[in-house]
Design a protein around this ligand. Structure first.
Ligand code: ACM
Length: 530
């Protein structure tokens, strides 16, 4: 498995299961190149025409199967495996057979990587020969959940940047975009029934700069939100690229913005939208009215997001307010609960029942294990691997996302030049070598590991340029962690990654150079933590 790609100047990332050839020239795309697709593969045909058409300036027009040079089809009986594909390029043409529409799409992603890196531009530079090496690739992913969480609550990420992010995920054969839509510092999705969530809670008066104590602030408002039409557009755009968008509304902690808009949701009267980073005592009340409110919110969310999985957060919910709250204590008594942990568990269980009654599945951060995990829950293990291990042993599905290997807001080196250094050291190499399946799980238990996810928390990522810096190239390394089976050796990966950076350059991604930050990447004076 460790042999380098047979076409070293155009390494495919993530590394395919098998790839042979590459020594000779295959097809060259020209103005007469035609593309055919059977009905199930038409989405990829459209994508090729749009994306490769823009980059090459070629029409890549639709042709009959008999005369087309690029042929796309689905064959569920070809034994390729879920999302798998076979790509064969020779002097006559390129054939992509997918196990399913996603497989065809991934075959086309591989085909794009076999072209010169300029295939990632949005317009042709002129003069390029769009030649492909003769190859035979057979490929399928190791995990079905290859996720990225984007925190659009701490700093809003505008729609156009989310769409671009989806393209970059698809380039890396990643398939779950988890949108963290709400937090103490902002509510980012329009809910028709409760307009104040975006009218009042989608912005804050100022933001903490860095993580120093005492806190310093930037003295300027920050805000933004997605309309329901924006969400529909994002979901459709992602779907065309085989990315499922999983929405998260974080409850019962991290809810200050919602409580600001509707104080009756909380235990503390009217409070401002959060301006500082951290964990705060202000949490939701556990009343029938609050549950009804969130059932209604999740109902609107489910109209917008067809994803099977719906994330309810559940992390970092301090229990002080519930200890002092009459209604919380009454609920504990009435339901025969042992303590406030069981109260949180009871609250999550109500949402689990609600989502399940609509055919959806609840996902939550690993705190949902405390006080007893809801029957239908999938657990996202972030405070290490322990939550994932416990949940898998209890027969629950898990997504692994431990801070130490998955938090892309964490520092990329120990240099003082890293912008707003937080968390623990997480180099590209560390992401590359991380193993999603915790050791110690039996084979049976390990089957509950759906895959892994990296998380991009944005307290200190306030612009799309900083997002690029923190996410790339670590996301390229992550792609290989979750897609490719077999051994991983960073010394083997790094030369391939260097070639891959040429693609990111062509796509206009402002990644962190492997050698370290450039002067304009630094943020002198903005203090981190950890
Ligand atoms: C988390 O990082 N609070 C899930």
């Amino acid at each position: 498995m460790l042999d380098t790609s047979p076409f070293p100047s155009r390494p495919v990332i993530p590394r395919p299961a098998t790839a042979v050839g590459g020594d000779t020239e295959g097809l060259t795309l020209t103005s007469s190149t035609r593309v055919s697709a059977d009905p199930e593969a038409r989405g990829t045909l459209t994508w090729i025409q749009r994306e490769l058409g823009a980059a090459t300036g070629l029409s890549l027009a639709t042709g009959e199967e008999a005369s087309a040079q690029i042929r796309l089809s689905v064959d569920a009986d070809a034994g390729l495996g879920r999302e798998g594909y076979r790509l064969i390029v020779d002097g006559e043409g390129a054939i992509i057979v997918g196990n399913d529409p996603a497989g065809v799409f991934y075959g086309a992603q591989t085909l794009r990587q076999l072209l010169p890196a300029d295939a990632y531009r949005d317009a042709p530079l002129g003069g390029a020969a769009w030649s492909l090496p003769a190859v035979s690739v057979t490929d399928a992913p190791r995990f079905r959940w290859r996720g990225v969480m984007l925190d659009v609550a701490r700093h809003f990420v505008p729609k156009r940047e989310v769409l671009r992010f989806i393209d970059l995920m698809a380039m890396h054969k990643l398939n779950v975009l988890h949108l963290h839509l709400t937090d103490d510092q902002g509510w980012r999705v329009e809910i028709r029934r409760y307009p104040k969530l975006t009218e009042d809670a989608s912005w804050r008066s100022e933001s903490q700069l860095g993580a120093g104590r005492p806190p310093v602030f930037d003295n300027r408002p920050h805000g933004g939100f997605f309309t329901q039409d924006d969400i529909r557009e994002i979901v459709a755009y992602a779907d065309a690229r085989h990315v499922a968008v999983v929405p998260e509304i974080d409850v019962p902690g991290h809810s200050q913005a919602a409580i600001h808009a509707y104080p009756e949701l909380g235990e503390s009267g009217r409070i401002p939208v959060g301006t500082q980073w951290g964990i705060f005592e202000e949490v939701l009340a556990v009343t029938d009215e609050v549950l009804e409110f969130y059932r209604n919110v999740f109902d609107e969310l489910m109209e917008l997001f067809p994803s099977t999985y719906v994330h309810v957060g559940g992390d970092e919910c301090p229990k002080e307010q519930w200890r002092a709250s009459e209604s919380a204590q009454r609920r504990i008594k009435e339901e025969g609960l042992a303590d406030e942990d069981e109260l949180q568990s009871w609250f999550i269980r109500q949402l689990d029942e609600h989502l399940a009654s609509r055919g959806r599945r609840l996902v939550g951060w690993d705190e949902i294990l405390e006080g007893g995990v809801a029957p239908g829950a999938t657990v996202m293990s972030w405070r290490g691997e322990e939550g994932g291990v416990a949940a898998a042993r209890a027969g629950h599905d898990v997504v692994m996302s431990p801070t130490r290997t998955s938090y892309l807001d964490y520092r990329q080196s120990d240099s003082h030049d890293e912008p707003v250094k937080v968390g623990t050291l997480l180099r590209t190499e560390d992401v590359y070598l991380a193993e999603p399946v915790p050791s110690g799980l039996t084979e049976e238990e390990a089957r509950h590991v759906l895959g892994a996810q990296v998380n991009v928390w944005t307290e200190h990522i306030d612009t799309p340029r900083r997002l690029d810096y923190m996410v790339f190239p670590r996301l390229s390394a992550f792609a290989e962690q979750v897609w490719s089976a077999g051994e991983r050796d960073y010394a083997e990966f790094e030369p391939r990654l260097r070639r891959h950076l040429e693609r990111l350059d062509a796509a206009g991604v402002e990644y962190r150079p492997l050698e370290g930050p450039r002067p304009w990447h630094t943020r002198p004076g903005v203090v981190g933590w950890g």
